[in-house]
Design a protein around this ligand. Structure first.
Ligand code: NAD
Length: 519
């Protein structure tokens, strides 16, 4: 990243192409100079400066990316499993050795603190490690002598060229939910990263090449809706793995399925933490602060609503307020090796949107206990910062409650009972993650059974499953029936063939018989 970028006012960013690099596509094993005349500004959110322009693919570039991936697939799908496994192991070793570089790239474009950037890499690396063991997970089955002299067996084969479209908030982990498994299973991947933080994908492409991946097997197509639609419309692209906001996830699901593709489309969230009166409120306050304000609330598994079963609300709010006062907000890269707790939001536009939700809550009668609107960091006045915000008595009819805010805004809703809290969670449009805090095992067990959410934490606020389980929500948080990674991932990126076989043998082949084959 250049450091010569001009500082621009936070409220009216005037993107300039004068002094910043243009980030482009990775096609055929190299970063290609873009021929598209469309670009978007990439910011350092901590300073508000434009650090680069990213190319937005046009039709020719989309076609070139797809053609290269098709050629890559023809080569890669014929590699032996042992050779593919060798590449995956080499990639894992390189990633593990050089992840510090990648963390800095994430922080420079996303804004999250460096340790959190490292955390997302490590969670992505888990999936790379899972993928190194892929031969075991794409084994077929064999049934001997299902009828006299007849065997049945199955093969799991790659799909071909597969598309991955990722959001800004995890520029490394979310692509890694998919591409290690897709590649290990023999597919060629086209990744369309978020145009807000496009550099990490290019770094990964170089590392995969260094690990021995043939050209064309991993392509980075930079762009916006036009690039996405190009993938959705191409018959050469056999599947789409999407992660992003719910309206776009729904659009992707509907368009891609209409075009005959296999689709997994993960959407937005509004995750609730249900606090029962028997819970230890110091632990709950710590966890609510971690899960509400970590990564400035820009996590799909962030807790955004605390459902406090009375009489605990007053005490819990006091404890959370006291902890917020101790949070340090600043440049995620830190100063002299000391990093803050929380960085900025991704753009000034998003910061203003988060702020508008706090306005809505206030207008709807909520009580703003800690107000992050207008928050500034000394020396970084043009950065896209928003202070940790705590809202009490949030009306459940307010758009600030029903919609995803995706910022450091924690709302408290006071409820009279476990059942009232459960009903609120189950009546929401989203079903990504949720958590219950209690020492009552019976209540926790009831919750895991009754709550209509895909991922549940019992005294764990951000229950992101490990790589050998699968990640995905319910309702408007996941369109399609295949979750990310784990066994779901291997099933998604392979298709099965069943073969019924016999060796010709006059004694058993049965002569002429026009009936349907029976055993
Ligand atoms: P987004 O929906 O704006 O963008 C996601 C991707 O879609 C990007 O690559 C973007 O370029 C592309 N895109 C945007 N508009 C498009 C359009 N009209 N047509 C086609 N493609 C389009 O999401 P975001 O702001 O980058 O990410 C934040 C969202 O992602 C939040 O809603 C968050 O909850 C969600 N998210 C969900 C999960 C999950 O696992 N469920 C994980 C991470 C993020």
């Amino acid at each position: 990243m250049t450091t010569a970028a001009p500082t621009i006012p936070a409220h009216a960013p005037a993107a300039t192409t004068a002094v910043v690099p243009v980030l482009s596509h990775w096609i055929d094993g190299a970063e290609r100079l873009s021929i598209s005349d469309r670009t978007a500004a990439v910011y350092n959110p901590a300073t508000g400066a434009v650090s680069a322009q990213v190319a937005l693919a046009d039709q020719k570039e989309i076609a070139a990316a797809i053609a290269s991936a098709e050629a890559g697939y023809r080569v890669w799908s014929r590699y032996s499993m042992a050779k593919r496994q060798g590449v995956m192991f080499a990639f894992r070793e390189l990633l593990n050795a050089r992840k510090g570089e990648l963390a800095q790239i994430i922080t420079a474009e996303h804004g999250k603190v460096l340790s959190d950037a490292m955390g997302e890499i490590l969670r992505g690396q888990e999936v790379v490690e899972l993928a190194t063991g892929f031969p075991h997970l794409i084994k077929g089955a064999f049934s001997e002598n299902v009828s006299t002299g007849i065997d049945v067996y199955s093969l799991k084969q790659p799909l071909g060229v597969v598309g991955i479209i990722s959001p800004f908030n995890f520029p490394v982990m979310v692509p890694m939910w998919f591409f290690p498994i897709a590649i290990a299973a023999g597919n060629a991947v086209i990744l369309k990263p978020s145009e807000k933080d496009p550099s990490a994908a290019l770094w990964i492409a170089r590392l995969l090449q260094e690990a021995g991946l043939p050209d064309g097997v991993f392509t980075v197509l930079q762009g916006d809706k036009q690039a996405v639609d190009g993938l959705l419309d191409s018959p050469a692209v056999k599947s789409i793995s999407f992660v992003g906001s719910t309206p776009i996830a729904q659009y992707i699901y509907e368009t891609a399925t209409k075009n005959g593709k296999r689709v997994q489309a993960l959407g937005g969230a509004k995750n609730h933490m249900l606090v029962l009166p028997d819970a230890d409120l110091d632990i709950v306050a710590d966890q609510a602060v971690n899960a509400g304000y970590g990564a400035a609330g820009e996590r799909c598994m962030a807790i955004s609503v605390v459902l406090a079963v009375e009489p605990v609300a007053d005490e819990l709010i006091a404890k959370i307020t006291e902890r917020i006062a101790r949070l340090q907000v600043g440049d995620g890269a830190g100063i002299d090796g000391v990093e803050p707790d929380m960085g900025p939001l991704i753009t000034h536009v998003h910061r203003d949107k988060v702020s508008s939700y706090v306005d809505i809550a206030e207008a709807d009668g909520a009580k703003i206990v800690v107000d992050g609107r207008g928050f500034q960091v000394d020396g970084l006045e043009d950065g896209f910062f928003f202070g940790p915000t705590l809202i009490d008595e949030m009306p459940t009819t307010s758009r600030a409650y029903t919609e995803e805010i995706f910022g450091p805004v924690l709302s408290v809703v006071r409820v009279g009972s476990y059942d009232e809290g459960l009903d609120l969670i189950n009546s929401g449009q989203f079903g990504n993650g949720t958590a219950i805090f209690t020492n009552d095992g019976r209540a926790a067990r009831r919750f895991q059974n009754e709550v209509e959410v895909g991922m549940i934490g019992i005294n764990v606020p951000i229950p992101v499953p490990v790589a050998y389980h699968s990640f995905g929500g319910w309702k408007a948080s996941l369109f399609g029936d295949a979750k990310a990674y784990g066994v779901h991932g291997f099933d998604f990126f392979t298709r099965e063939k069943a073969i019924t076989s016999r060796w010709l043998d006059p004694a058993t082949h049965g002569g002429i018989n026009l009936g349907f084959p029976q055993n």
